[in-house]
Design a protein around this ligand. Structure first.
Ligand code: NAD
Length: 262
């Protein structure tokens, strides 16, 4: 346990059955939190995360829900209150991506990515804000953005649109609710080794291609993103709101200039 103020507090994390969400769930367990772990289809992954949290000294419950629907998000809030009696932290982590040249991108693919990544972030934030306001709580919201809220990414226009949207959404609601003591921040991971890109990074050539775009010359570990989430969740970041904390090995630092080129 690093952040003592987190012990016993209640968190919801969306998309917690694998990848970054799973690492954050585990880390919150190590901080002795009570965690609602949302999954979409991977029940086994979510159950495993619950076990890891319990083993680490926290409490957990796995709840199936689609974050792009209001009913799904309400189910997660209800689970927090019914199982753990409160809500202190909501992490909008669930996300998806797929690759299409924009002139071939179907409306269906566009809408699915926007609905999960951006609308899901809105719905989760709205549910949490209402709970915090109703209970006069200085709650905390963390949104999983990406370096692609800043770096354009050809053939991923729907993904970049969703993350760019999350950036200003985060800043806007951070300002809107700052006087209530509610903090809202984003995390912008760079290239992190998770199932979303496991196939790509298993190929040494593709791993090198990506690592070469990162000043630190390596792909990140999900635990390194979880560490940022734990800090943003804790009172140690009590004067921080509306930021994107990039966890990217320097990817957003114009790496083409590395070594004094240009
Ligand atoms: P992942 O594919 O391993 O995990 C994504 C999670 O979201 C899964 O658990 C999935 O089931 C869940 N999810 C998808 N649609 C859902 C829905 N409708 N309802 C509920 N859950 C749903 O990916 P990851 O790499 O762990 O990504 C987590 C977040 O981090 C995403 O928002 C992603 O955009 C962001 N991110 C990842 C990277 C990276 O390199 N891995 C980089 C930048 C940003």
């Amino acid at each position: 346990m690093v952040y003592k103020d987190l012990a016993g507090k209640v968190a919801v994390i969306t998309g917690g059955s694998k990848g970054i969400g799973n690492a954050i769930a585990k880390r919150l367990g190590e901080e002795k939190m009570k965690v609602v772990i949302n999954y979409n289809s991977d029940k086994a992954g979510a159950d495993h995360a619950v076990q890891e949290i319990v083993d680490a000294g926290g409490q957990g419950v796995a709840i199936q829900a689609d974050v792009s629907s209001e009913e799904g998000v309400q189910k997660l809030l209800d689970a927090a209150v019914e199982n753990f009696g409160d809500l202190d932290l909501w992490i909008n982590n669930a996300g998806m991506e797929n690759q299409h040249p924009t002139h071939e991108l179907s409306l269906n693919d566009w809408e699915r990515v926007i609905n999960v990544n951006m609308t899901g972030t809105f719905l989760g934030s709205k549910a949490a804000l209402n709970y915090f306001l109703d209970h006069n709580k200085k709650g905390n919201i963390i949104n999983m953005s990406s370096v692609h809220e800043q770096i354009p990414w050809p053939t991923f226009a729907h993904y970049t649109a969703s993350k760019g949207g999350i950036k200003l959404f985060t800043q806007t609601i951070a300002m809107e609710y700052a006087e209530k003591g509610i903090r809202v921040n984003s995390i912008g991971p760079g290239a992190i080794n998770t199932p979303i890109n496991a196939e790509k990074f298993a190929d040494p050539e593709q791993y090198k291609e990506t690592a070469d775009m990162i000043p630190m010359k390596r792909i990140g570990d999900p635990a390194e993103v979880a560490a940022a989430a734990a800090w943003l969740a804790s009172d140690e970041s009590s004067y921080v709101t509306g930021i994107t904390l990039f966890v990217d090995g320097g990817m957003t630092l114009y790496p083409a200039f590395q070594g004094g080129k240009g």
